[in-house]
Design a binder for this molecule. Structure first.
Ligand SMILES: [Mn+2]
Length: 342
C-alpha cells in the first residue's frame, strides 16, 4: 500500500530509532478519533519500548473512557505541571487529528517553543507547517486509518494487537458516524476487516460507545428536537439552538449534545444542519451537511471556523439571538447551492 510516502516513513523510522520519550497530543475537546488514534499510537509505541504519554488538552466524554490505554493519558487542563514537565522532557512529539497548532489550545504555547522533532498525523484539509514530518491525507475516513497505515508501512502490522485494534476501530466508528459518512473508500473496509481478524467485538464496541447516554441527555435531546429545532424546507436547512440556561435545566455535562447536530439531517429534505450552543461566554457552532454543500467554507467565511466539508465547527461572539439572525440572513445567499446539493 503506497498511501504513505516512503520518504516520510524513512524519516519517521529514523526519529523512532533516535528518540524514546514521546508525547502524543490530540486536539482540544477530543472526539473518538482524537482519543482512539492517540491511544492506538501510544500503545503501539509502547511496544517499541518507548516511554509514551498522551497529553490531552482537556477532559473528554465518558463514552470514550472504555478505549484501552487510558493509563497513558494526562489531562493538561487538570495536571498542568505534570503535562508541561512531560512536554519539556519529550524528545519526540506527535500531533494527532488536527491541522492547525492552535487546535491543541494552551499546549501550543509550550510546544511551539520546543525544538524537538514533531510529527503530524491527520486527515483534515490544509495542514499547517508546524510539524517536521506531515502525514496528512483527506481521503482517510479517520486519523485512525492513517495511524493504521503508518504502523503497517513501518513494517509492524503484526504488532497491532486486540487493544490497539479496538482503539483504532472506536476512532473509525465514531468519525464516520457508524459508517454513515466519510466512509466510501474500500480501503476503510479492508482496514476494518483486518481489525476484525484481530478479534475485536464490533457489537460490544458499538454499544460501549453509543449506548452510554444519561437520562438527562435523552430528555435534553427530546427538548432540543421538539421545542428548539427550526426547520426551513425552502433552504433544506434545520438548526437547533440551546442557551446556557436551557443546558443547565437539563443538567448538561460535556458530551451530552454530541450528535445532536446530526439528528435533523435525517429529515428527508434537509441537507444542512447547525447546532448553536451558548458556552463559555460565546456561541459554539457545529455544522453538518449531506452531499456537496461545504460547511467548512460556510463556517470559515462567516463563523470563524473550519473542518471537513460535511462536518465542521465555528463560533460567534454575538448573542444567541443575533447569531441566529445572522445565520438565517445568510441562507438566501446559499439557496442555489443548498437546493442543488444532493
Ligand atoms: Mn478525525
Amino acid at each position: 500500500m503506497k498511501r504513505i510516502d516512503t520518504e516520510k516513513i524513512g524519516s519517521l523510522k529514523q526519529l523512532l530509532k533516535n528518540n524514546r520519550k514521546i508525547s502524543i497530543i490530540p486536539h482540544i475537546n477530543p472526539d473518538g478519533d482524537a482519543i482512539g488514534s492517540s491511544l492506538a499510537l501510544a500503545q503501539y509505541l509502547t511496544k517499541l519500548n518507548k516511554s509514551v504519554k498522551v497529553i490531552v488538552p482537556n477532559d473528554y466524554p465518558d463514552y470514550l473512557h472504555w478505549i484501552p490505554g487510558q493509563e497513558k493519558v494526562v489531562v493538561f487542563f487538570k495536571q498542568k505541571y505534570t503535562a508541561e514537565e512531560l512536554l519539556r522532557n519529550a524528545d519526540l512529539i506527535f500531533y494527532v487529528d488536527f491541522n492547525d497548532e492552535h487546535r491543541c489550545g494552551e499546549i501550543a504555547k509550550i510546544t511551539s517553543q520546543l525544538s524537538v522533532p514533531k510529527v503530524l498525523i491527520d486527515h483534515h484539509p490544509n495542514p499547517g507547517d508546524f510539524a517536521s514530518v506531515v502525514i496528512s491525507d483527506t481521503s482517510a475516513c479517520a486519523t485512525a486509518e492513517l495511524v493504521y497505515e503508518v504502523i503497517d508501512a513501518l513494517g509492524d502490522n503484526e504488532l497491532i494487537d486486540l487493544p490497539i485494534a479496538e482503539s483504532l476501530f472506536a476512532a473509525i466508528l465514531t468519525d464516520t458516524g457508524s459508517f454513515s459518512y466519510n466512509s466510501s473508500q474500500p480501503r476503510t473496509f479492508e482496514i476494518v476487516g483486518d481489525l476484525l481478524k484481530r478479534g475485536i467485538d464490533k457489537d460490544r464496541i458499538y454499544s460501549d460507545t453509543f449506548d452510554k447516554y444519561s437520562g438527562n441527555r435523552m430528555k435534553l435531546l427530546g427538548y432540543a428536537l421538539s421545542e428548539k429545532m427550526v426547520h426551513l424546507p425552502e433552504y433544506r436547512t434545520a438548526f437547533i439552538s440551546l442557551t446556557k440556561e436551557e443546558l443547565e435545566r437539563y443538567h448538561f455535562v460535556p458530551g451530552d449534545t454530541e450528535g445532536f447536530v446530526n439528528n435533523p439531517l435525517a429529515i428527508n429534505d434537509v441537507v444542512f444542519t447547525a447546532l448553536f450552543m451558548e458556552k463559555d461566554g460565546r456561541i459554539k457552532i457545529s455544522f453538518r451537511s449531506k452531499g456537496k454543500f461545504a460547511t467548512n467554507l460556510f463556517s470559515g467565511h462567516h463563523f470563524n471556523g473550519g473542518g471537513h466539508a460535511n462536518a465542521s465547527g465555528g463560533e460567534s461572539h454575538l448573542t444567541m439571538e443575533e447569531t441566529l439572525k445572522k445565520f438565517e440572513a445568510l441562507l438566501p445567499d446559499y439557496k442555489e447551492e443548498l437546493l442543488g446539493s444532493m
